[in-house]
Design a protein around this ligand. Structure first.
Ligand code: ZN
Length: 209
């Protein structure tokens, strides 16, 4: 498959990207300066599918490729080729979400556990603002190395809960300690060592109430 690619100016996109990058440097306490990700704007759904390598659902509008590239549906065609409403705020959250995955990868050398990785991206990007708070945790532990819509409902609230109860520095320590973590069992151990809490729904649901 062959793609044509060219640079273009978009001051709004540039502003959103730089703002997200700066806030994430602060959050992760990680001065990422060199080889920061390229933002690659994709014009339509067919091209998204071709670049992504398989058919995508119409809610899928951006993704991160390793720590190098963020692909994102164009602002102009956003509503035409997705199920989302366009706004600058929504776009900002989207970019920040994907960039957050890249910081995570740089710091931990992995994209797992997904319940941490997606949770951080969802929480830090402000995407929780548009979702319903949950009453209890009941699925996220099934998501060490996979992702689907069910995970997004819980993972952001989990990270919010941990941040509210234990503070940002503890969360930061937790992320750094997840470096190279291979399975759910070792993730549970890191969790216990950091927060002094068993990684179970029962323990976490106690904190929720
Ligand atoms: Zn994500």
């Amino acid at each position: 498959m062959i793609f044509k690619i060219q640079t273009f100016e978009d001051p709004i996109l540039e502003k959103l990207y730089n703002q997200a990058l700066e806030e994430l440097r602060e959050f992760f306490q990680f001065r990422w300066e060199k080889n920061t990700p390229k933002l690659i704007v994709v014009e339509d759904r067919n091209t998204i599918n071709a670049v992504y390598g398989k058919p995508t659902e119409n809610w899928m509008v951006a993704w991160a490729e390793d720590t190098r590239n963020i692909f994102i549906l164009s602002r102009e065609n956003y509503e035409k080729y997705s199920s989302h409403k366009y706004s600058e705020d929504e776009f900002y959250k989207l970019i920040k979400h994907e960039l957050s995955h890249m910081f995570y990868k740089l710091i931990t050398f992995t994209d797992k556990p997904r319940w941490v990785n997606e949770g951080i991206s969802t929480y830090i990007s402000g995407q929780l603002d548009s979702t319903k708070p949950i009453q209890e945790f009941k699925v996220f532990l099934n998501y060490f190395d996979k992702t689907d819509a069910e995970l997004y409902k819980e993972s952001g609230y989990l990270i919010k809960l941990l941040t509210d109860k234990f503070g940002k520095d503890k969360l930061s320590t937790f992320i750094k300690s997840l470096k190279g973590v291979k399975d759910q069992e070792s993730a549970s151990k890191v969790f216990f060592d950091t927060f002094g809490l068993e990684l179970t729904y029962a323990e976490l649901n106690k904190l929720l109430s």
